[in-house]
Design a protein around this ligand. Structure first.
Ligand code: MN
Length: 292
């Protein structure tokens, strides 16, 4: 993997505002998952709307998958740590998402899609993040891209931390996707024991980490596995410092808030009730996701 000695200086790191355990829930046709970023945190973590973590070696927990369902008004980013899932949608996209791969889907004006496991045994583990679109882009044309693990930008810091860059820029390296309105940063970090990773962040951007292996320390606070740490937006802070006493794997996610009204009805996220009613009506009448 590419060595990267570009600095990412942070002089006043953020503290941890809150640890969040998430809520066990079931979605799709009965997939067991943990909703880490729930609806009540949407305002606090604007522009992010949801983070689901799924991980099981019991096929009963995932086999049913997510049959045909609609989305409108935002983007979904699925990061597969282990397992295989087939995506098909009404815009004509099809892709097999597998170990270490990312699927970035901009639902925009609407897609109907399915996400179906392509395995009957073994581990299925990954994350789905929902990123909001600004009001002016909510009815944009759908967009979709699959990134195999080998297509994702990666580097190893001088200190030995391996970073995969799904979105945004870190240590001078640009991630797979950039978005002007929300400036999302989405990093997967593998920290060997005794290492430290720094990332500069504008103080106004909302940011959190999710630890999925091991434990880390952020500004003196331990963040254990299966916990999200919301990073405080103290003024004059310029980034985050993540320290690992033991080996750890962590998602670091940040973005520029949109400061717009958020109205969600299931798979539709718009700015107003009227737009939600329109989405429901368009879906029922077969207009949502229909070929233009
Ligand atoms: Mn979906």
């Amino acid at each position: 993997m590419t060595k990267n000695s570009n600095p990412e200086p942070v002089s006043k790191p953020r503290t941890v505002e809150q640890l969040v355990a998430g809520k066990p829930t079931s979605d799709g046709a009965g997939v067991q998952l943990t909703r880490v970023l729930t609806q009540q945190l949407q305002r606090r973590l604007d522009p992010f709307l949801m983070l689901d973590a799924f991980g099981s070696d019991n096929p009963d927990d995932y086999i049913a998958g997510f049959p045909d369902h609609p989305h409108r008004g935002f983007e979904t980013i699925t990061y597969m740590i282990a397992g295989r899932m087939l995506h098909r949608d009404s815009a004509g996209h099809e892709g097999l998402l597998s170990n270490g791969g990312v699927q970035w889907m901009t639902a925009g004006s609407g897609v109907i899609h399915s996400e179906i496991p392509q395995q009957e045994a073994g581990v299925m583990e990954g994350f789905q993040l929902w990123l909001n679109l600004p009001g002016r882009d909510k009815m944009c044309a759908p967009w979709y891209r699959d990134f195999a693990a080998a297509d994702l930008p990666r580097f190893v810091t001088a200190g030995g931390v391996a970073a995969t860059l799904i979105a945004g820029t870190s240590h001078g390296v640009m991630g797979a996707v950039t978005r002007a309105a929300t400036a999302p940063l989405y990093l997967d970090l593998h920290l060997p024991a005794g290492t430290r990773f720094t990332q500069s962040l504008p103080a106004t951007h909302n940011a959190f980490i999710y630890v999925y292996r091991g434990a880390v320390n952020v500004a003196g606070k331990t963040v254990p596995a299966q916990r999200m740490a919301i990073l405080a937006n103290e003024s004059q802070t310029d980034g985050v410092e993540i320290e690992a006493a033991e080996e750890a794997q962590v998602l670091l996610i940040a973005g520029q808030p949109l400061h717009e009204p958020i109205v969600q009805h299931g798979p539709f996220v718009m700015n107003t009730e009227q737009e939600i009613n329109q989405a429901i009506d368009d879906f029922r009448s077969g207009r949502l996701g229909a070929a233009a």
